[in-house]
Design a protein around this ligand. Structure first.
Ligand code: PLP
Length: 430
């Protein structure tokens, strides 16, 4: 039993924590089996409670872009902590990280820090509604914007329709203000806009999607969204919780060359501590309290502990922008390696990659939206996931999640990963 202690800890956790986890994907429901419990992590590696070393391809779902327990970040956290962890009173550090983020990211003048990506997206939508005086939003099936009510919406009957709640506890009244379109489908958006003339406050999108695997926006789609928003006076919100400070200093706005009206951050911006943020031009942000009437607040928002981890991470990226290219090259090497091995097997697969985000889907359809992502064969995926885990490679435990490479990952680690894949391919585990 190579997962003996992890499994025992999971049984114990389940007695006290709902489902044994504090966020559902960690429970391995999509792949079966018991989750791995982590004892510590350093650089590119996780060390589990059974003393196995695992190469980590999730990087805490993105934040650990510089690798785990990165020394400058850890030192900053320790030093800051000695002076206290939260005051509920302004600190200079908040201005330092705000100024840096605004320098790095295009099209933003002002920023507000919160404690999670969920809060960032929820607050950005409230601001968009308060600013525009309109109630409805458009989101795309398969995009995740955190767990606030307005986003826990699935398509109703018919391809383009009002949303319906996809979790009990979300009311039908909330759902009716969230309209659903298919990713990469501008015609869906045009139809919704026509049917809800002058009622749509904002379109929110993951500019490169990472919550249905990695999905790349077609150029005509993303530039088309910008044009629709300009024409119809709708705010375009880029949820860059995954892509921000990961794809480039300026995130997807920079790599896609498309301007957003509001941008949401999370993950990397906190360097491994709980931080989110939303930002935009002064004209819009000035509607936020205390400058304007749209309310938003947080007891621990901007706390020095989180701000110091975030600042060190952003500052390091700002001073070492070659990291973005290097991550992309490593991801490309991984892509080509996986492709070479899977090609020799008689199974359907697609590999999607953008920057340091990549995902493997066991389907013969091009994966461009939620439906095509959902067409993946989950039996293959489970075998792939568990086969790799056994060999010492930790991949996302769901076909709907992207991998996030980190800077500590070496080419030797990628070789190790590909040898592991070759091994399970040869053993017909796939
Ligand atoms: C993770 C994620 C969120 C939610 O962030 P939390 O910090 O988990 O609340 C929102 N949007 C996107 C695109 C994400 O990937």
């Amino acid at each position: 039993m190579i997962y003996k202690r992890s499994s025992a800890l999971f049984q114990e956790a389940k007695k006290y924590i709902v489902g044994g986890v504090n966020s559902p994907v960690r429970a391995f429901k999509a792949v079966g089996g018991d989750p791995i419990f982590v004892k510590k992590a350093k650089g590119a590696y996780l060390y589990d409670e059974d003393d196995r070393r695992l190469i980590d391809y999730i990087s805490s779902w993105g934040p650990m872009i510089l690798g785990h327990a990165f020394d400058p970040v850890i030192e900053a956290i320790i030093e800051t902590t000695k002076n206290g962890t939260s005051y509920g009173i302004p600190t200079e550090l908040e201005t330092k990280i705000a100024k840096l983020a605004i320098d790095m990211v295009p099209n933003i003048d002002k920023i507000r820090f919160v404690n999670s990506g969920t809060e960032a997206c929820m607050s950005a939508v409230r601001l968009a509604r308060g600013y525009s005086g309109k109630d409805k939003i458009i989101k795309f099936a398969g995009c995740y914007h955190g767990h606030s009510d307005a986003f826990l919406i699935q398509a109703g009957s018919g391809a383009v329709t009002f949303g319906s709640p996809n979790s009990p506890g979300v009311t039908a009244n909330t759902a009716k203000d969230t309209l659903l379109a298919r990713y990469n489908n501008l015609e869906d958006v045009e139809q919704l806009v026509r049917a809800n003339k002058n009622e749509i406050a904002a379109i929110i999108i993951e500019p490169v999607a990472g919550n249905m695997g990695c999905i790349i926006p077609e150029n005509s789609f993303i530039t088309g969204l910008r044009a629709v928003c300009d024409r119809e006076n709708i705010l375009l919100i880029f949820d860059e919780v995954m892509t921000g400070f990961r794809l480039a200093k300026g995130g997807a706005q920079e790599t896609l060359g498309v301007k957003a009206d509001l941008v949401c951050f999370g993950k990397v911006i906190g360097g491994g501590l709980p931080v989110g943020a939303f930002a935009g031009p002064q004209e819009i942000m000035s509607h936020l309290a205390p400058e304007g009437p749209v309310y938003q607040a947080g007891t621990l928002s901007g706390n020095p502990l989180a701000m110091s981890a975030g600042f060190e991470t952003l500052n390091y990226l700002n001073e070492h922008p070659e990291i973005f290219d290097s991550l992309e090259s490593k991801t490309k090497t991984l892509h080509e390696g996986i492709d070479g091995i899977l090609k020799a097997k008689d199974l359907p697969y697609q590999i999607n990659r953008y920057g340091s985000m990549i995902s493997v889907h066991f389907t013969d359809q091009a994966v461009v939206d939620f439906d095509s992502a959902a067409s993946g064969n989950n039996k293959y995926f489970k075998n792939y996931f568990h086969g790799m885990l056994k060999e010492g490679v930790y991949l996302p435990p769901s076909a709907f999640e992207s991998y996030f490479l980190n800077d500590a990952l070496s080419y030797e680690d990628i070789d190790f990963t590909l040898s592991a894949l070759q091994k399970i391919a040869d053993a017909d585990i796939l």
